[in-house]
Design a protein around this ligand. Structure first.
Ligand SMILES: Nc1ncnc2c1ncn2[C@@H]1O[C@H](COP(=O)(O)OP(=O)(O)OP(=O)(O)O)[C@@H](O)[C@H]1O
Ligand SMILES: [Mg+2]
Length: 295
């Protein structure tokens, strides 16, 4: 499965994004999906349809190269750990005003096959088979230096195999527990006032959960509340607890979800307040924000 996307197609997508930011009107952009950090834009081209994930603007090429290295290392380590990862390209362009804009590009995969959709549309037997395969992959890959953001919306089930798609924020730590990702850059859409506070107070704990099987499973199960799939939690807990040293409980999952949802809702409110002030002062707001999520 290899592909190429013409440079000019990505260039014109970026132009549309620039126009959307300038005019505060994103109606010309085709949204495939969104998470807490990135928006995923669809690019239709003569070579097919692509999912384009716009990265924060890199201030210089050294910062971009660092990211590129980190991304390739992450993809390689995930594959070594037994995770099948969607083929991903990195496209970039120098911006006239300085800085480098980049996109992670993947082929557009069928929406129906997204696991968060399949868990709604398929049977309970399918769900439990999915979860067994999920646990194998997570347990095989995750370690104190290799993390996974394994929510149901980050996996696609293709031909009976799970494919991981959410690679834009590589989760890797060095031996001392420091993130290899340029966390400061990836938190850039937070208003400057709270950015440092949030970074210092929460960066470590926000990320900790991604580096253990138990944390990844807790995050996955907590998110089922958001996906309106709470009914699957008891069965999944039973499956997970058969392999976890310290078992999880429904209460822990519910408590976890409440605090996680509160944290992200607060961040989203702060970003929107910041955007409001940018617009009031007639400065273009430089980020595309995801729509509000019902939590
Ligand atoms: N290759 C793809 N094909 C089809 N849809 C995709 C693809 N990649 C992403 N999407 C859609 O966009 C959503 C978000 O994508 P992804 O998980 O990569 O980013 P994210 O969750 O925004 O990342 P972050 O965790 O950095 O916020 C997915 O849940 C899915 O609905
Ligand atoms: Mg995601």
């Amino acid at each position: 499965m290899t592909f190429t996307v013409p440079d000019s197609d990505l260039g014109s997508l970026e132009e549309r994004v620039q126009t959307a930011l300038r005019t505060s009107d994103d109606s010309t952009l085709n949204l495939l999906g969104y998470g807490e950090v990135t928006l995923v834009l669809e690019l239709e081209s003569a070579r097919g349809s692509f999912a384009c994930k716009r990265l924060p603007v890199f201030p210089d090429s050294a910062r971009f190269r660092d990211y590129e290295q980190t991304l390739w290392t992450y993809l390689r380590r995930l594959r070594q750990g037994g995770v099948r990862v969607a083929e991903t390209r990195l496209w970039h362009q120098r911006r006239p005003g300085g800085g480098i804009v980049g996109y992670c590009v993947q082929e557009t995969l069928p929406r129906k096959r997204l696991c968060s959709n399949l868990l709604h549309s398929e049977s309970e037997a399918w769900a439990s088979d999915f979860f067994a395969r999920f646990l194998d992959q997570v347990d095989g890959a995750v370690s104190p230096t290799l993390g996974l953001d394994a929510q149901a919306s980050n996996w696609v089930d293709l031909d009976g195999e799970l494919l991981y798609i959410d690679v834009t924020s590589p989760l890797m730590r060095d031996a001392s527990g420091r993130e290899l990702l340029d966390v400061r850059l990836f938190f850039a859409s937070l208003p400057w006032l709270v950015r440092d506070i949030v970074r210092i107070a929460t960066a470590r704990s926000i990320f900790d959960k991604f580096y253990s099987t138990r944390g990844v499973v807790l995050d996955f199960l907590g998110n089922l509340h958001k996906e309106r799939l709470s009914g699957l939690i008891p069965g999944f807990l039973e499956q997970a607890n058969a392999r976890l040293e310290v078992p999880l409980s429904e209460q822990e999952v519910a408590d976890y979800y409440r605090s996680d949802a509160r944290a992200w809702a607060l961040i989203q409110r702060l970003r929107k307040a910041d955007r409001f002030w940018h617009r009031a002062l007639r400065r273009p707001y430089p980020f595309l924000l995801p729509p509000d999520v019902d939590r």
